[in-house]
Write a protein that binds this ligand. Structure first.
Ligand code: ATP
Ligand code: MG
Length: 650
């Protein structure tokens, strides 16, 4: 380890040099940055041609003449499902496991690439038999079972864009998404398992279709747990019966590189979720390229596990499309991390010999709260690389993740990206980059990002501003479904010619990028701009704190005041001394101006179903307003509990 002066929270500043043994085996090399900088479009053309199989080569890498609507790999034709499945079988790797499935009750099954190819072809035939044609939309409402991946690939195979809706969403959320996409078919299942109990999904589909969503002609139902479900004759079809009746042969037709692949809604931290549209060739190129170079996946060597749900973009790019395009082996787990006990994840890592683990900071902080005893029960020595996505990973959580899960030596890739970006954008390259806990550091080779001031000019090192992307990238969204104007307004109007991500960021003395949270969340206290992420990291670095969320509330004297919500670690006292202690700690770590005006100890924080803290709802509480849109909240009751506690404490 070498020291630098770049840590914003005042911890012992440090960078972690790549381990030479890891670097020797790593896929990525420093040379990638040089090649991409010398000829960016040529670099992407090379990635597209080497990582994917095209039925017809493209004639132009990027057509940006219709900006902000991009066309990548113009005139190229490919079949996405063929690229993710069949070609690996054709190359002689049909016996390689594609998916090790682990059900929550402990049932397990492994699908080879040959198995996956057969199921995808049959499912494609079954969808075609239901009248689904290229361009028709299919809604997928499934838990984390292999059929979710099969369904996505079957849609891709016949050119029918899918819209995956998280299996935990309500009938109303499902209906609004089906209606927005005007889906023709819904693929669902009877039910799943959660915390040791059977759940049901089909009733939500029935309820959604009873209230509207009249575009739907059929519901394809996977049998997962055997729960009794209502049946609408003529509309509902069992998946296993439809597949059994379908031929095993299916000719994959090639589609245009810009053929729509899927529509997916954002998680909703800033308001009503947006329907993001992604297309085929550029998206798959970047998903495969980053799976290779950022996640360091080598199909012959790795057992990969991404704990995300297919209802989120991470489940699209880093479960279904990227890893399968490479021909990698991965684990898919159906249930919760604490069933039957809090060591379930670690037992899965040991059972399958997982080498690369990709998860979210919220999960890491939960495991920290539970304690080291649980990972300590298992041999985690197979893990050689760890990834983080979705939020800032606080330096404290980073260090715990590396020490307790990564055996003190696995590199951590902190990947910044969005549903809109389709693939990783800012991240260290494992084995190449000297890591800085808490910073996503540099754009991946081929991507150009900047931190700019209010006028759109790049800030200097040591300064903060807005994160923008100054050049189009292959996996970029091609618009918002059905609303091209909102696409232009939301992302391209704040800084002309640049994509505005909506996140604040800062460059440290070395020029590395630190994400500071949503710009809507940035606080202004007596003229000082304060970042939610920095104050939260300071709070989490206190030994008594497990999780923290910080918001700015309107204040008569200071403009805004810092209000913090904290969850204490198990067994910690919440008396007035603790509050004083925490305020002083933030003062020491960042400066007196950052000391929270009030700190509230809570049992839980409002989170989206993808595990992100919903600060806008906490701001509603802090400013005594009615709570805004909660449709993507995991548990709406959390807000009532917080409000009740708030009235008691003040
Ligand atoms: P909405 O746009 O509806 O408010 P959302 O932005 O939460 O929802 P996503 O597309 O899932 O939906 O999340 C992208 C956002 O997640 C980024 O803009 C950023 O704020 C945050 N994020 C993702 N990865 C990281 C990371 N590694 N570090 C910091 N923040 C991250
Ligand atoms: Mg967003």
């Amino acid at each position: 380890m070498t020291d630098t002066q770049s840590q914003p929270t005042g911890h012992a500043p440090q960078t972690v040099a790549p381990d030479p043994a890891f670097a020797a085996e790593a896929v990525a090399s420093a040379e990638l940055y040089e090649r991409a900088a010398a000829d960016r479009l040529g670099f992407w053309a090379e990635q597209a041609r080497t990582l994917l199989e095209w039925e017809q080569d493209f004639t132009e890498t990027l057509d940006w003449s219709g900006a902000p609507f991009a066309k990548w790999f113009v005139d190229g034709r490919l079949n996405v499902a063929h690229n993710c499945v069949d070609r690996h079988v054709e190359a002689g790797n049909g016996d390689r496991v594609a998916i090790h499935f682990e059900g929550e009750p402990g049932d397990a099954r492994s699908l080879t690439y040959a198995d996956l190819a057969r199921e995808v072809r049959q499912a494609a035939n079954a969808l075609t038999a239901l009248g689904v044609q290229a361009g028709d939309r299919v809604a997928i409402y499934l838990p984390m079972i292999p059929e979710a991946v099969v369904a996505m690939l079957a849609c891709a195979r016949i050119g029918a864009p899918h819209g995956v809706v998280f299996g935990g969403f309500s009938a109303d959320a499902l209906r609004s998404r089906i209606e927005d996409a005007e889906a023709k078919v819904v693929i669902t299942c009877d039910g799943s398992y959660r915390r040791g109990k059977p759940t049901t999904l089909k009733p939500a589909v029935d309820a959604a279709l009873a209230k509207g969503a009249s575009s739907v002609t059929n519901v394809l139902v996977v049998r997962r747990n055997g729960e009794q479900v209502d049946w609408t004759e003529g509309r509902d079809v069992w998946w296993h019966e439809a597949l059994a009746a379908a031929p095993e042969e299916h000719e994959a037709q090639a589609f245009d590189s810009e053929h729509p692949l899927f529509i997916l809604y954002t998680s909703g931290t800033t308001g009503k979720p947006k329907g993001i549209l992604h297309t085929s060739g550029g998206y798959l190129t970047q998903a495969a390229y980053t799976s290779r170079n950022v996640l360091d996946l080598k199909p012959e060597r790795d057992v990969y596990w991404c704990t995300a749900d297919v209802g989120w973009v991470t489940g699209h790019s880093y479960i279904t499309y990227g890893p399968l395009a490479l021909g990698a082996t991965q684990v898919v787990y159906e249930g919760t991390p604490d069933t039957p006990d809090k060591d379930r994840w670690w037992s899965i890592v040991a059972k399958y010999g997982v080498t690369v683990l990709y998860t979210a900071p919220t999960a890491i902080r939960t495991c920290m709260k539970w304690g080291e005893e649980y990972p300590g029960r298992h041999d985690l020595s197979s893990l050689r690389l760890l990834g983080s996505v979705g939020e800032n990973i606080n330096p404290e959580a980073w260090s715990w993740y590396r020490r307790v899960i990564g055996g003190g030596k696995a590199p951590i890739v902190d990947t910044w990206w969005q549903t809109e970006t389709g693939g990783h954008m800012i991240s260290p390259l494992p084995g190449v980059t000297a890591l800085k806990p808490g910073s996503a550091q540099q754009p991946v080779p081929g991507i150009v990002a900047e931190v700019v001031d209010d006028a759109g000019n790049p800030v200097g090192n040591g300064e903060a501003g807005y994160l923008v992307l100054t050049e189009p990238w292959p996996a970029m969204l091609r618009g918002l479904w059905g609303d091209p104007q909102r696409y232009a307004d939301t992302y391209w109007s704040r800084f002309p010619g640049m994509y505005f991500a909506g996140d604040g960021a800062k460059r440290d003395e070395d020029g590395d990028i630190w994400l500071l949270g949503r710009v809507d969340d940035v606080m202004n206290v007596s003229g000082h701009r304060l970042s939610t992420a920095e104050i939260e990291s300071a709070l989490v670095s206190h030994p008594k704190v497990a999780e923290a969320a910080v918001v700015g509330a309107t204040d008569e004297t200071t403009g805004q005041a810092v209000v913090a919500f904290v969850i204490l670690r198990g067994g910690e006292e919440e008396g007035p001394e603790t509050i004083i202690d925490l305020r002083n700690h933030v003062g020491q770590e960042i400066g007196p101006i950052a000391k929270p005006k009030s700190i509230m100890v809570v049992a839980e924080l409002p989170k989206t179903r993808s595990g992100k803290i919903m600060r806008r709802l906490l701001r509603d509480v802090a400013e005594n307003r009615a709570t805004g849109d909660v449709t993507t909240l995991t548990d709406a009751g959390v807000m009532d509990t917080i409000r009740a506690g708030m009235s008691k404490s003040t």
